[in-house]
Design a binder for this molecule. Structure first.
Ligand code: GUN
Ligand code: ZN
Length: 443
């Protein structure tokens, strides 16, 4: 969609909520403007505040009136797999047989570059229509599948974090690379894409069972060489997986230690799941300032277990919410928090709505050291934001009062919502998705 006023200063009037700073005090630090305005100029946010003061300060701004709706920072999905878009929602298995039966076959198809380009487009569409403006994305072993995703994201100036999956054993032979190939292709992709435009690279060993020691060492060398790239992998998701890792790495002191030996536990390392960790592992993750991606819909779908948010808080471990599509069952981050809430209820320690909102915006951005670009609506950050219509159908209009508090709106939508609540998704100051125009296009 073309933005008619790309050059002009724009004032978007709406209710606004975000966390301007990093905090553990969610109730006090959430910033809310009931009648607010966001000032957008070019690809960045210029200002945010009350409508009246913004209107006075920017009298010449072009006004877009979204009164009655909420403007929020674009949502961050901290762990998901774009090649699994088509294999979402497959019945019957837990992790290891699910990988064999559904996931590896789906990933083989990405040898075909046209297929990769097609699925990359569908995938980004799903993110946009659900309000997600940054994803931490696993591709496949094929370097060209990373190229396809970075190209599609670059077309809309979207900040994507992604990397080529590295695996050299315990998977079909046509999905295997080698230590040397994994190192060379990852390094080439870093040189071509990392910090080019808004793209960012993540070294992506799939998980310990599919990488030899030699491959983990080769990736660890790159991690030492490129200190600001991301690292993403899986950790302690499933009991059979954990037993397997123990048998494959008998000299390691636990699952996390396999990664730690190769310099892969640090800031900007994002570990999917972390459901069955011991005390020592929790402490090590906290000390290293690494991040756990909590993927509740996936953990329930694969029967993996109930993430322990209280333990994460106690160990000062960064946590970010994530869908983990295609083991995850939705692209929608609101619904993902809805399931995180249900998991936390089963542990008798409910995660509050404002904490949930934090874990998909500022909290995630701060964990990834990206909060000067995304995660909030602060002046100078990228104009990545969403417009939410809380009363999008008969039931939500009945349940959610016009003047309901933000935390109640957010919670009700997390339980009742779907992509119909997302009116618009803006990236780098451009409206890249509009529900209205999308419906028109389908008609
Ligand atoms: N562990 C290794 N690979 C995967 C994957 O693709 N999805 C999930 N959920 N866990 C994994
Ligand atoms: Zn995953």
């Amino acid at each position: 969609l073309k933005n008619k006023h790309a050059e002009a200063t724009q004032l978007l009037r709406a209710s606004i909520a975000h966390f301007p700073t990093t905090t553990l005090n969610f109730d006090e630090k959430v910033e809310i403007f009931t009648d607010g305005a966001l000032i957008v100029k070019g690809n960045t946010i210029q200002d945010v505040g009350d409508y009246l003061s913004m209107h006075t300060r920017y009298p010449d701004a072009v006004i877009n009136d979204y009164s009655g709706k909420w403007i929020l920072p674009g949502l961050i999905d901290s762990h998901l797999h774009y090649p699994q878009t088509q294999s979402i929602a497959n019945y019957g298995d837990q992790l290891l047989s699910w990988l064999e039966n559904y996931t590896f076959p789906a990933e083989m198809a990405f040898e075909d570059e046209a297929h990769a380009a097609h699925i990359a487009k569908v995938f980004l569409n799903q993110l946009l229509k659900n309000g997600t403006t940054t994803g931490f994305v696993f591709t496949t072993v094929h370097a060209s599948s990373s190229q396809a995703l970075f190209r599609a994201a670059s077309d809309i100036n979207m900040a994507i974090v992604a990397g080529k999956v590295c695996m050299d054993r315990h998977c079909p032979s046509n999905l295997q690379d080698t230590p040397a190939l994994a190192q060379r292709e990852s390094a080439d992709l870093i040189d071509e894409w990392h910090n080019k435009g808004r793209n960012k690279y993540a070294l992506t060993p799939r998980f310990a069972p599919t990488s030899s020691d030699a491959q983990l060492a080769a990736i660890g060398e790159l991690a030492s060489q490129y200190t600001d790239v991301f690292i993403q992998t899986h950790l302690s998701e499933n009991h059979d997986e954990i037993a397997w890792v123990k048998s494959l790495f008998p000299s390691a002191n636990g699952y996390l230690d396999v990664y730690d030996k190769y310099n892969l536990v640090r800031e900007r390392a994002v570990f999917g799941h972390g459901i069955h960790l011991n005390q020592e592992e929790w402490e090590r993750l906290g000390e290293a300032r690494a991040t756990i991606a909590f993927c509740p819909t996936s953990n329930l779908f694969l029967g993996s277990g109930l993430f322990n948010m209280e333990q994460a808080r106690a160990s000062n471990v960064h946590v970010a919410l994530a869908t983990d599509v295609g083991a995850g069952t939705t692209f929608n981050m609101f619904k993902t928090y809805g399931d995180a809430y249900k998991v936390s209820q089963l542990r008798n320690a409910p995660i509050s709505p404002l904490e949930g909102f934090y874990l998909m915006t500022q909290g995630a951005a701060a964990a990834h050291k990206l909060d000067d670009e995304i995660g909030n609506l602060n002046p100078g950050t990228a104009a990545d934001f969403i417009v939410v219509e809380p009363r999008f159908d008969e039931l939500t209009a009945l349940r959610i009062d016009k003047d309901a508090l933000f935390k109640d709106v957010f919670f009700a939508l997390s339980i009742l919502g779907d992509d119909r609540m997302i009116e618009e998704t803006w990236i780098s100051g451009q409206c890249c998705y509009s529900k209205k125009e999308n419906l028109d296009a389908m008609a």
